[in-house]
Write a protein that binds this ligand. Structure first.
Ligand code: CP3
Length: 354
């Protein structure tokens, strides 16, 4: 059963946390807050424990993962932890030759460009990522009443790295496959949906109480292409974890025109970047879903007064929502002053206390 390492009382406290209540669109004592990339280079304690250890290597060490995941919870008092890992970890785990290069991102040795290249992919088994099960066991014991969010990369965003061979601004190779060889593209995304589903199941079964599917780069697509060539694979992932009953969050950057479709794919909570105000996002997503977002992460460089003014704008736009999880519109930038994040959590909690 999920949360196998926790006593029943703790499990119930987690279920009644502000974060999970907001995801379920139930009344909350205060608006819950967490930050994408809350663990990582903005924290000196992270830089210290990561010294001399590569990114992928660090994801495979359960004690280190536990420590890094807990760091922002201790420091900022956020309402949820996010499991420390990376979207390419399951791809590495099935034997794809890739690395995360500092300051660059994931780099794939042999990009997938043809049907023969699909042979690089196989299904993911729980044994491939036993360190994830172990780390989540340690983590849920330490987290107590704070919920843990598991996550994975969505098929399109994973495909963008696998087909391009690394980060891209245009996704020309991936989109060329999508437009030019739709059958190969559909097969690639379907296989990735299977891997992503298996990876999320491992995290939920080990004790994650919500999951976020990162389709960070889906905003590169027109709605018709997203619907035809990407949504079916993401929908398959959401269906695969539906029976666990944990909230499913769906996030991407620059997805203003896709918000309705990203909800339709099967999300319970739709993540919104800073480009669309939350009241307008709610109209686009429609009823029956909570929203997550959406302070521009660069606002944190503008000083406390600006942070508070822009935060009030986000909270005002969220006032009529069925459920709201406060977050940034994308990840914390590495040069962010961590104290500004701690103050922001406190500010949202105080402003929204009911
Ligand atoms: O705190 C958290 O949010 C959990 C940790 C997390 C990481 N990656 C750790 C990481 C999460 C949720 C991710 C997801 C991820 N990885 C996404 C989707 C989220 C998003 O930002 O849209 C994507 C696109 C990736 C791929 C990736 N991995 C990129 C683009 C980079 C940055 C490269 C760089 O150095 O700037 C990574 C590396 C990475 N993943 C780091 C961290 C903390 C930085 C590497 C390091 O600290 O050495």
């Amino acid at each position: 059963s999920p949360s196998g390492h926790q006593p029943t009382a703790t499990r119930d406290t987690v279920k009644n946390s502000a974060f999970l209540k907001a995801c379920r669109r139930e009344p909350v004592p205060h608006t819950p807050v967490w930050f994408m990339r809350q663990a990582g280079r903005s924290l000196p304690e992270y830089l210290k424990v990561r010294e001399g250890i590569g990114m992928l290597e660090s994801c495979m060490r359960p004690e280190l993962v536990t420590e890094i995941t807990l760091q922002p919870v201790r420091r900022h008092r956020v309402d949820a932890a996010i499991y420390f890992s990376d979207i390419v970890v399951p791809l590495k785990a099935i034997g794809i030759d890739l690395d995360i290069k500092p300051g660059v991102g994931p780099v794939v040795e042999k990009p997938i460009r043809s049907r023969a290249d699909l042979a690089q992919l196989r299904d993911l088994t729980p044994e491939d990522v036993s360190y994830v099960t172990e780390a989540i066991g340690l983590l849920t014991a330490e987290l107590g009443e704070t919920p843990l969010i598991g996550f994975a990369g969505a098929p399109f965003t994973l495909a963008s790295y696998l087909v391009e061979g690394g980060p891209s601004r245009t996704y020309e190779n991936a989109k060329a496959m999508m437009y030019g060889d739709p059958e190969l593209w559909a097969d690639l995304l379907d296989r990735l949906a299977g891997i992503t589903s298996a990876f999320l199941k491992v995290q939920i079964e080990a004790g994650a109480s919500a999951v976020q599917l990162f389709d960070s780069w889906a905003g590169a697509l027109a709605p018709a292409d997203y619907r035809r060539s990407v949504l079916p694979a993401s929908a398959k992932v959401f269906r695969a974890v539906e029976s666990y009953g944990v909230p499913r969050i769906h996030f991407g950057v620059g997805t203003g025109e896709l918000l309705g479709l990203m909800g339709e794919a099967g999300a319970d909570v739709v993540g919104v970047d800073w480009r669309v105000p939350l009241d307008e996002a709610a109209r686009r997503v429609g009823p029956g879903k909570a929203l997550q977002g959406n302070l521009d992460p660069t606002v944190l460089f503008a000083g406390t007064e600006a942070v508070e003014a822009k935060t009030r704008e986000v909270l005002d736009a969220a006032a009529g929502l069925e459920g709201h999880v406060f977050n940034l519109g994308h990840g914390v930038m590495p040069s962010t002053d961590p104290d500004s994040l701690t103050r922001l959590v406190e500010y949202v909690h105080t402003r929204t206390a009911r």
